[in-house]
Design a protein around this ligand. Structure first.
Ligand code: XUL
Length: 513
């Protein structure tokens, strides 16, 4: 390893991943533990247990600890030089929660270097199976929370999102209502991210503003817990959560356990961990005005926002790399499967023919417009196929090429409309960073570029949360001096320019937004 190294961790749903980078941001080590395959004793599927009600979804917390023991042992046997690591940070799947039993702070602090961590911590959790983001069992807690604070929009104004079943406040409320004594025995509640940071710190790590915004509990503007949200979820919750901190905070030096057991330097700093989506924003090096669009099974958008306007659809989170800014997260369920269905119906199952249809039709589709939701959409909550001609009359079908363009323009216009509802503004320097399967199709990207009137770049994001965590580790060391993440990661590979807006085309859908 070169003179200094930095580690980025990603505690995601299916695996634990680590990346080490050097001062030049080159990846010098990479490894992962797949929960199902490498830790079969926990009997997870995709890293989780879906309970018999089909709504409750949990992961065993000791599985995460054991995965950390395992991956560190792998690094040690491969000769990884831990003593060069100057700082580390990490990401966790968002919303999941960990419940530490009374007395665990002491055990964590005094972890013996003779034992693996999962032995030391085996009795530390009052809830052995942590609820995770896939859980949707808290509908009644969600409606109570919205009611308690004066409605869904009001909750969104305070916390950045209306009540969602996976959001941590509602999960905590469920645990308290079903099992008050378990709640009472709990001295600390962590997110997956702050739990993972705690393992390295040897003390309870605070929740960072960005991941804290996925709880329905944090006032995203003031960056303090909302007393009315806390009170609606469970009693004495503030003391169990600790005070939230800026995402770039240095939490302290690594715990003596890692110094003795693995040879880390006592100077190695732990930078606050955050959620996987915020960490990906850092990994993709999003800047003010930028949008990242992942075109996969479902389509996901990350937006950099200066002045957010929380809405009933989508989430506003505090920005993980700039405390003055925000990020928004929008998820569209009808992504690739919808595009594939129309390709099969209108282009004989061929992407080439699909692309030709996009080339043979004009931007704006002569006023023909469609919204295509084979499955119940999240953003907006709607289902079915809805087509409108240039006179805004509902029609039952379109010629095949018109249908194809209507689908793609409709999908991207919906993204722009919902992004703008959340306060997003296309700026002269806006870049669209596209990833995922459909980002390989230039004709689709051309439509995206025309709808947003901005250049589209492609970027490889396979490791963006992990890499973003390593970047954040470097940034954490200098953030207090006013250096931005963008300055720190100047040497990282640039995204590739794919297409620019077609000249002479008025913004597609500009008149209808
Ligand atoms: C975001 C969400 C998921 C998890 C997955 O709101 O629930 O993206 O973060 O890891």
């Amino acid at each position: 390893m070169a003179a200094s190294g930095y580690l980025g961790w990603d505690f995601s749903t299916q695996q634990l991943k680590v990346i080490a980078i050097d001062e030049q941001l080159r990846v010098i080590y990479e490894d992962s533990i797949q929960f199902d395959k490498d830790l079969p004793e926990f009997r997870t599927q995709g890293g989780a247990h879906v309970h018999s009600d089909r709504l409750t979804v949990t992961s065993p917390v000791l599985m995460w600890v054991k995965a950390l023991d395992m991956i560190l042992e792998k690094m040690k046997s491969s000769g990884f030089n831990f003593s060069q690591v100057r700082a580390l940070s990490g990401a966790g799947q968002q919303h999941g929660s960990v419940y530490w039993k009374k007395g665990s702070a002491e055990i964590l602090k005094n972890a013996s270097s003779e034992l693996p961590l999962h032995h030391t911590l085996k009795d530390c959790f009052s809830v052995g199976n942590s609820p995770i983001w896939m859980d949707s069992s808290t509908a009644s807690q969600c409606s109570s929370l919205e009611k308690a604070v004066g409605g869904a929009q009001h909750l969104a104004n305070i916390t950045g999102s209306r009540a969602y079943e996976r959001f941590t406040g509602n999960q905590i409320a469920k645990i308290y209502s079903q099992n008050p004594e378990v709640y009472m025995q709990t001295e600390r509640i962590s997110l997956v991210s702050s739990f993972a940071a705690s393992l390295f710190l040897g003390a309870y790590a605070p929740i960072d503003y960005s991941d804290g915004s996925g709880m329905n509990l944090l006032k995203i503007c003031e960056k303090v817990w909302s007393a009315s949200c806390l009170d609606a979820c469970a009693p004495a919750l503030a003391e169990k959560l600790g005070c939230p901190v800026p995402s770039h905070s240095v939490l302290g030096p690594i715990s003596p356990y890692y110094i003795k057991h693995y040879g880390f330097s006592p100077d190695c700093k732990i930078v606050a961990f955050t959620g996987d989506n915020p960490a990906s924003l850092a990994g993709m090096r999003l800047q003010e005005g930028d949008i990242a669009i992942s075109l996969g099974t479902s389509d996901t958008l990350f937006l950099w926002i200066q002045e957010p306007t929380p809405a009933l659809e989508g989430h506003i989170l505090c920005n993980p790399v700039d405390s003055q800014a925000y990020m928004a997260l929008l998820c569209f369920k009808n992504g690739s499967l919808m595009r594939e269905r129309i390709r099969d119906d209108c282009a004989s199952g061929s992407w080439d023919e699909f692309s030709k249809a996009l080339t043979s039709t004009v931007a704006g589709n002569n006023g023909n417009l469609g919204f295509y939701f084979d499955v119940m959409e999240i953003t907006p909550e709607a289902v079915g196929i809805h087509r409108f001609n240039r006179d805004n009359q509902k029609v039952s079908d379109f010629p095949k090429e018109v249908e194809i363009r209507a689908l793609i323009e409709g999908q991207f216009m919906a993204k722009r409309i919902h992004a703008e509802k959340l306060g997003y503004k296309v700026m002269p320097r806006t870049r669209i960073l596209a990833t995922g399967g459909a980002s390989h199709n230039k004709k689709i990207l051309q439509v995206l570029s025309d709808v947003f009137n901005a250049p589209v770049y492609t970027i490889d994001t396979a490791n963006s949360a992990c890499l973003g965590s390593a970047y954040r580790a470097i940034h954490g060391l200098v953030a207090e001096t006013g250096v931005s993440l963008a300055d720190v990661v100047k040497l990282a590979p640039e995204p590739r320019l794919a297409v620019t807006p077609t000249t002479g085309v008025e913004e597609v859908g500009g008149n209808t937004c």
